[in-house]
Design a binder for this molecule. Structure first.
Ligand SMILES: [Zn+2]
Length: 153
């Protein structure tokens, strides 16, 4: 998988995605798909794409929370896949995650947007601090995901 020209970055990203898939109990491929879906849809210098102006902007970073040692949270806005002018707001942090999309609201489940938020936090953390995010600090990830995350989301 080619994620970035930097080999070190790619290695760290791959390790993170693998751990994330293990913790969520989903396939690595599904998590990688979310990574690419996010990088295709977000306007963010963190992804360092060549044709920034041509990019769709279905996902936006509203705020990054950083304690000076690592990224500890992120707030994002996503356009709905199916409805125009409708947005989902996603907040991911150490102590929990919340998303206003139907899947998360109705089922209380970890949705694609929350997984994307975690991935984005790691992208920023690796670029800024050269470290992957320590997912063992995110206990809600284990609780919320036992058999509940649907791969079709
Ligand atoms: Zn969502």
């Amino acid at each position: 998988m080619e994620i970035n020209a930097s080999e070190d970055y790619a290695k760290k990203m791959r390790a993170f995605l693998l751990e994330l898939s293990n913790r969520l109990g989903v396939s690595l491929n599904w998590v990688i798909d979310v990574y690419y879906w996010l990088s295709d849809n977000i306007k963010s210098r963190e992804f360092q794409l060549e044709h920034e102006t041509d990019k769709p902007t279905r996902a936006e970073i509203i705020r990054v929370f950083d304690n000076g040692e690592e990224v500890i949270g992120v707030r994002l806005r996503f356009s709905s896949d199916s409805r125009r002018n409708e947005y989902y707001y996603t907040t991911v942090g150490r102590y929990g995650a919340k998303c206003t999309c139907e899947r998360n609201m109705i089922n209380g489940k970890v949705c694609k947007h929350i997984v994307a938020g975690l991935i984005l936090m790691n992208v920023i953390n690796v670029l800024k601090y050269s470290r992957v995010i320590n997912l063992s600090n995110y206990e809600w990830l284990n609780e919320g995901s036992k058999g509940s995350l649907r791969e079709d989301s």
